[in-house]
Structures are given as structure tokens and as C-alpha cells.
Write a protein that binds this ligand. Structure first.
Ligand code: IPD
Length: 288
């Protein structure tokens, strides 16, 4: 791994631990949480903890790397870089941060809550830290440097593709967009997978942790439409470095046989498996 990337990793770990301790304290004393709805949506929440943590992370990172770009879920970055504008042709490292991934879990006391910090260069995530301070699980990875859970290397996955869902534990989410068209597409894919039949289906409520659970081998596959770059960027590094695969979930008709483009973290969707190969056409093909 590149020495500079390892330095980025050290800073990401340090600030994830510092802010994670505050998230843990707030998690255990939730009575003082101020919960706001985003876009008037009961399924899309933000609290004062999300905002304060994001601000603290950016203040720390900007003091170390004033020339870098910063993108966060809560928009507290002053760099003016929108998540959709994480440029694939810029040399400037961009820190992509979700201060509390799993905000609904956080509000309800369900312990799948994580700080997610990634460094993205040329549109590709190269450093990833996903820290669950409630369960004290720190997932870390740097491109070409392996993936670790609490400093122990994650096990290497099987090389064969995921052949069948019959022995697979898979995960997906319903997301915050409950429009009829969106739900129809999601339930059609879910129906295929559940009916295949997959052995089990889970929804953890944190995209970053779900991908890390694929990386550690506790889940076999995960797909979702609606995720943002800050939900997936850090965990994509962990998963790839653990030997897994991540790609975009596209309509089967749009996939050239066996071909997946490089994963676009800004495309608002994800499909991933623990194996070294993605299924050819996302969840639908996994069910066949
Ligand atoms: C959400 C979580 C959730 C996923 C959503 C994300 P947030 O992130 O990762 O699991 O289903 O798509 O937006 O809002 O809790 O940071």
C-alpha cells in the first residue's frame, strides 16, 4: 500500500475513534436527541449528533489536509463539493464522510450505527474506515493493503462465483423513497430473491456496515437502490480488499453479458458479493 494512503488511514481511524466515543455516549442517553426529518420524510432522519460529528471530522481533516476536498452527508463541508460532483478526473483527494450511517438505528437504539470515512481519488475509493462504536467494530482498508476488523485481517473469500442463493444469507433495504415505482422495482427484486428461495434475508439499516458484513463473510450478498456515495465509499474499499466484489445494480437488459463497469459510487445503487465475481445481472440473476 502507498505510504500516503496509510497516513490518510491513520487520520481517518483517529477521528473515527474520537467521534465514535461521542456517538456511543449519545446512543446510550438518547433522551436529549433533537430529531429532524429530511424533506419532511419520516424515514429520513438527522440529529444534532450527525451534524456535530460531521463538523468535527471535517475540522480535523481540514487541519491536516487543507487542499483536499470534503463531501459529507449533512452538507457541513464548506468546500462546496456536492456528492454527485466527486470528480473522476480530479487529482485532489476527496474525503467522503457519513458521520452516522444508520441514523434511524441510532435514534431507535438499534446498535448498527457507524462512522464512515473514505478517501476517493479519480472517483475511486482508496481508503476506507467504517467504525461501529456501539459494538466496538473497526473495519479498515487501504487499496492493495488488505482489509481488517479490529486489526485482524478479514478471511479470504471463496473464488467461485455465488452460484445459488439456496445457501446464502443476503441483505437489502427498503430505503427512504417510498414512491410506488421505486417500491415496485424493489419488491420485484426482493420477490425473486426470497422466492428463489434464498436461505435468509436481512436489513441491518446501515449500508456501510452491511457491506462490511459481506466482507467479513457474515452475509453473502447485498443490493440496494437509493444509497449515496457517503454510505458506500469506505465500505467498498473494505469489501474489495477482503476479496469481495462491488458493482452497480443495473437493469438486466442493460448489462452486457458478464460485464460490469467500474463501480460508480455516485450512481445511487450497489450490488455486492463476498466472492471475487459479481453475478452477471444483479439480484435477479442471483435468484436463477
Ligand atoms: C442510510 C442507511 C440505510 C440505507 C440508506 C442510507 P443514513 O444512511 O445506510 O441502511 O438503506 O440508503 O441512506 O441516512 O442512516 O446515513
Amino acid at each position: 500500500a502507498d505510504a500516503l494512503h496509510l497516513e490518510f488511514l491513520d487520520h481517518a481511524i483517529q477521528i473515527a475513534r474520537t467521534t465514535g466515543a461521542k456517538i456511543k455516549t449519545a446512543f446510550h442517553s438518547r433522551s436529549s436527541l433533537h430529531i429532524d426529518l429530511k424533506n419532511d420524510n419520516d424515514a429520513d432522519l438527522v440529529t444534532q449528533v450527525d451534524r456535530a460529528v460531521e463538523k468535527e471530522i471535517f475540522t480535523y481533516l481540514r487541519s491536516k489536509y487543507p487542499s483536499h476536498a470534503f463531501v459529507g452527508e449533512e452538507g457541513t463541508s464548506e468546500s462546496g463539493v456536492a456528492a454527485t460532483g466527486i470528480s473522476s478526473n480530479s487529482d485532489t483527494p476527496t474525503w467522503v464522510v457519513d458521520p452516522v450511517d444508520g441514523t434511524t438505528n441510532f435514534v431507535h437504539g438499534f446498535p448498527f450505527v457507524a462512522v464512515s470515512i473514505a478517501v476517493v481519488v479519480h472517483g475511486v475509493p482508496i481508503v476506507g474506515v467504517v467504525f461501529n462504536p456501539i459494538m466496538d467494530e473497526m473495519f479498515t482498508a487501504v487499496r492493495n493493503g488488505g482489509a481488517f476488523l479490529n486489526d485482524v485481517a478479514l478471511p479470504t473469500p471463496p473464488v467461485r462465483p455465488l452460484a445459488s442463493l439456496a445457501s446464502a444469507l443476503v441483505a437489502s433495504e427498503y430505503g427512504s423513497d417510498r414512491g410506488a415505482d421505486v417500491l415496485d422495482a424493489k419488491f420485484a427484486a426482493l420477490r425473486d430473491v426470497v422466492g428463489s428461495p434464498a436461505r435468509g434475508v436481512r436489513s441491518l439499516g446501515s449500508a456501510a456496515l452491511t457491506m462490511c458484513y459481506v466482507a467479513r463473510g457474515a452475509l453473502d450478498a447485498y443490493w440496494e437502490a437509493g444509497v449515496h456515495a457517503w454510505d458506500v465509499a469506505a465500505a467498498a474499499v473494505v469489501l474489495r480488499e477482503a476479496g469481495g466484489s462491488v458493482g452497480n445494480w443495473v437493469a438486466p437488459s442493460k448489462v452486457e453479458h458478464g460485464k460490469h463497469e467500474a463501480y460508480d459510487i455516485c450512481a445511487r445503487n450497489v450490488v455486492c458479493v463476498r466472492q471475487t465475481q459479481l453475478p452477471e445481472q444483479g439480484p435477479a440473476i442471483m435468484a436463477t
